[in-house]
Unconditional design. Structure first.
Length: 269
């Protein structure tokens, strides 16, 4: 794994946004060969999305030949509900860039046959030749998408019942009323994320520090599902300083040194 540590959340967001924009440009997508990207919701990607919007409005990047697959969506929450992930993505990104509507893929949590929705989602990803880059965030318990502790590390897109802790944490978006929080969601699996050719995880804030320690210094465990990235050939974890607070000093120094050498192209003897 490549570990990139920046001082602040804003710095981390900008670095991550720039890194992915450079990947899109290098790919040189066309209508016949689009850049296929996985996207998350939540607070973690917000600085990334804000920078993408700024760069698009400045004429520095186009998303016309980008296809997106979102990580998850609540079950039985109307798409136009203010807290649906459909609403989140359009409000915070899609309404502000030039991505065609037909290139946007978000799981339908209101369908009559949810199992079919999940199978069709995986099939559509396969039709595009797989995901080029999956951007993600994590929860304080180290989960990615809605793959909470105990999830299979080879799981695919499926219906998932949410834990009490997740419902409690998400109740802040529903006027602190847990009864209003959906108890199920559709989510890509850990295996879906691992199938991407590159995975970039942005993690900011001290409340994620324990998870960062487990993911980077701990072993692979279904109790910290994002730890599976230790086995990915092209994984990048983008951190701010507060998120590193539970890492060993030697680990932080090591990753900073590696990044400095990489950027400076220093000769190694």
């Amino acid at each position: 794994m490549r570990i990139v540590i920046k001082e602040t959340k804003a710095d981390t967001g900008k670095w991550t946004a720039d890194y992915i924009i450079d990947k899109i440009k290098a790919f040189a997508p066309t209508p016949e060969k689009p850049f296929v990207m996985g996207l998350p919701t939540g607070s973690s990607p917000m600085p990334v999305y804000e920078e993408w919007i700024r760069r698009y409005k400045a004429g520095e990047i186009s998303f016309k030949n980008v296809v997106t697959f979102n990580m998850d969506e609540y079950v039985n929450l109307p798409e136009d509900h203010s807290e649906s992930y459909h609403s989140f993505m359009y409000t915070n990104l899609f309404d502000h860039i030039d991505i065609p509507a037909e290139n946007i893929n978000i799981l339908n949590g209101n369908a009559a046959d949810l199992e079919k929705v999940c199978k069709d989602y995986e099939a559509k990803i396969k039709q595009y030749g797989g995901i080029e880059l999956f951007l993600g965030g994590i929860g304080p318990d180290g989960h990615i998408a809605f793959n909470e502790p105990g999830s299979s590390l080879t799981s695919k897109t499926r219906v998932k019942t949410l834990s009490y802790d997740t419902i409690l944490a998400n109740s802040r978006f529903f006027n602190d009323d847990m009864s209003k929080v959906p108890t199920q969601a559709l989510t890509v699996g850990v295996g879906t994320v691992m199938g991407a050719r590159e995975v970039v995880i942005i993690i900011t804030g001290f409340n994620k520090a324990r998870a960062v320690r487990e993911v980077i210094e701990g072993g692979i465990s279904h109790m910290w599902t994002v730890s599976m990235l230790q086995l990915h050939e092209h994984a990048v974890i983008s951190l701010d300083e507060p998120a590193t607070m539970e890492l060993q000093v030697e680990s932080v120094k090591y990753f900073k040194d590696i990044e400095e050498i990489s950027q400076s192209k220093m000769p190694i003897h």
